[in-house]
Design a binder for this molecule. Structure first.
Ligand SMILES: CC(C)(COP(=O)(O)OP(=O)(O)OC[C@H]1O[C@@H](n2cnc3c(N)ncnc32)[C@H](O)[C@@H]1OP(=O)(O)O)[C@@H](O)C(=O)NCCC(=O)NCCS
Length: 144
């Protein structure tokens, strides 16, 4: 039985707990300043960071947004000591509802090559591998 998880949107004051969780989950990278990412997710209303709260602690996150066409997930994370009880599923389902409520028909996400094993988690939630090559180009100074 999964303990209930309170899920709500990020608000001022959550910053330290969120960044600590992302670091504990090895999701931060030198080229993704967490404060800049948090600010961008909150800027335009087409994105949000959803938090899973248990006993007053932030134990899960999923950043969700859409570009007018597809929905995307980022920073899907569950505190290492709180894994395996359904919080990952709950926060992803909440992000899917956020998108569905806005009329977005499809959700996608990217997995780093060195984290490919996490595909099993998404497969358990009904995701499938997309026949897509993702390409990228920096629009600011290329990070070191
Ligand atoms: C991936 C992560 C969010 C899963 O969180 P969790 O709370 O342990 O997941 P849940 O308990 O909700 O698991 C849901 C289902 O996925 C399965 N699952 C979870 N982790 C899995 C894994 N690594 N491989 C295969 N299946 C997995 C569970 O067995 C469960 O399946 P079931 O319901 O059929 O029994 C968590 O391990 C995490 O934060 N990892 C580090 C950060 C990360 O890699 N994020 C993804 C970036 S793309």
């Amino acid at each position: 039985v999964t303990d209930p998880l309170e899920i709500r949107a990020y608000r001022a004051g959550d910053r330290d707990g969120v960044v600590a969780l992302w670091r504990a989950c090895d999701l931060t990278r030198p080229w993704n300043d967490p404060d800049a990412d948090i600010a961008l997710f909150g800027r335009d209303g087409n994105a949000s960071i959803l938090l899973g709260i248990r006993n007053g602690r932030i134990v899960a996150t999923a950043a969700v947004g859409h570009d007018g066409h597809r929905g995307w997930l980022y920073y899907v994370a569950v505190d290492p000591v709180s894994r395996g009880v359904g919080y990952g599923r709950a926060i992803v389902r909440a992000a899917e509802s956020w998108l569905a409520d806005r009329g977005i028909p499809k959700v996608q996400l990217m997995i780093r090559n060195n984290n490919a094993a996490v595909a099993g988690f998404y497969a358990a939630l009904g995701f499938e591998t997309a026949p897509i090559i993702v390409m990228q180009r920096w629009l600011k100074e290329t990070p070191a």
